[in-house]
Design a protein around this ligand. Structure first.
Ligand SMILES: Cc1cc2nc3c(=O)[nH]c(=O)nc-3n(C[C@H](O)[C@H](O)[C@H](O)COP(=O)(O)OP(=O)(O)OC[C@H]3O[C@@H](n4cnc5c(N)ncnc54)[C@H](O)[C@@H]3O)c2cc1C
Length: 295
């Protein structure tokens, strides 16, 4: 008989739990009170506190360790379709604060600098608060990783904002405009001109603007012939919107039921015996699905 599982929370932990339970044949209901941390994070996928580990690796003069991914984690990431999490290595991400930092994986809209060597990375100027291409280029070029790899970041004039309101709208709204294939083609033309104007480059770094429903960076890169991607920002990145879209698609694909509400309490088995709670599906459902009180 299929077991019924109630998953509380629809962040990445709840999603992974729901996915895993469905793989084992359980009936799954996911209940969530709304936005959590996953929907606020910037798209870097970490497995360790990166600053401490990087500092230790630098002190020891060794490479950053990146353990092999468990097959289930690999499968989960593949089915989510949102993240690039290399099997046995990490990625290198530029932040809007001018750091180059390691991560175990990334939302596919983020630019991975890890494979670049002795090349220039273009940063288009854009009149938006929190996007200062000149300062960013200077700070990133000065990063130890960039110096070791011979990476130079170059601010360039490329009109990546199309309408006046794009100076002020939120990153998520600008990202959503690039879900439109026509708008993405418009951006592609501007980036192509920027590449030609600069006499070529190894990559292009943009703000967090490349898609709200899905990452659009790889489509641009495929047509431009060089990697293109976003820098990581703090809270409020469109990476959260992309996660929510990918999560909803995955939960629908695996046939998990969804409920919205805040669980106030989860009733245990009154006799304290888990086996009694599991004894029959109807008993289990009655206790578990009714006992959470939602508002
Ligand atoms: C601004 C920011 C930046 C971050 N940057 C990074 C980063 O660069 N790299 C990285 O690896 N991590 C980062 N993190 C951390 C990472 O996002 C979290 O560790 C991860 O998303 C936690 O996932 P989760 O599923 O455990 O929790 P959440 O994503 O918070 O999900 C919890 C879920 O539970 C639901 N919930 C909670 N209580 C109840 C209840 N009583 N009833 C019903 N539902 C409930 C919430 O509504 C939500 O859906 C960042 C986090 C933030 C906020």
């Amino acid at each position: 008989m299929a077991r019924s599982i109630l998953v509380i929370g629809a962040g990445v932990a709840g999603l992974a739990a729901a996915w895993s339970a469905r793989r084992r044949g359980a009936q799954v209901t996911v209940i969530s009170a709304g936005v959590g941390e996953t929907a606020l994070a910037g798209g870097a996928v970490d497995d360790v506190p990166w600053e401490q580990v990087e500092r230790a690796a630098r002190l020891l003069g060794s490479d950053l360790p990146a353990g092999d991914l468990a097959p289930a984690a690999r499968q989960f990431a593949a089915e989510l379709g949102l993240w690039d999490v290399p099997q046995a290595s990490g990625v290198r991400l530029a932040t809007v604060a001018g750091r180059i930092r390691p991560a175990r994986g990334r939302d596919r809209a983020l630019l991975d600098l890890g494979s670049l060597r002795r090349t220039r990375v273009l940063i288009p100027r854009a009149a938006r608060a929190a996007w200062d291409a000149d300062a960013l280029a200077e700070a990133l070029t000065d990063e130890p990783f960039a110096r070791a790899r011979g990476l130079r970041f170059l601010p360039v004039d490329a009109p990546v904002l199309r309408f006046d309101d794009e100076r002020q709208i939120a990153d998520g709204d600008l990202a959503a405009r690039h879900d439109d294939p026509a708008r993405l083609s418009w951006l592609l033309d501007r980036l192509r001109q920027a590449l030609e104007g600069a006499g070529g480059a190894g990559a292009i770094l943009l703000g967090p603007w490349l898609g709200a429903r899905a990452p659009r960076a790889e489509a641009l890169a495929a047509r431009l012939g060089v990697p293109v991607g976003e820098a990581v920002i703090g809270a409020g990145s469109p990476a959260g919107l992309r996660f929510e879209a990918a999560r909803d698609a995955l939960l629908a694909a695996i046939g998990a039921a969804r409920r919205h509400g805040r669980v106030r309490a989860v009733g245990g088995d009154p006799g304290g015996r888990a086996d009694r709670a599991r004894a029959s599906r109807s008993t289990w459902r009655a206790r578990t699905c009714r006992s959470p009180r939602t508002r």
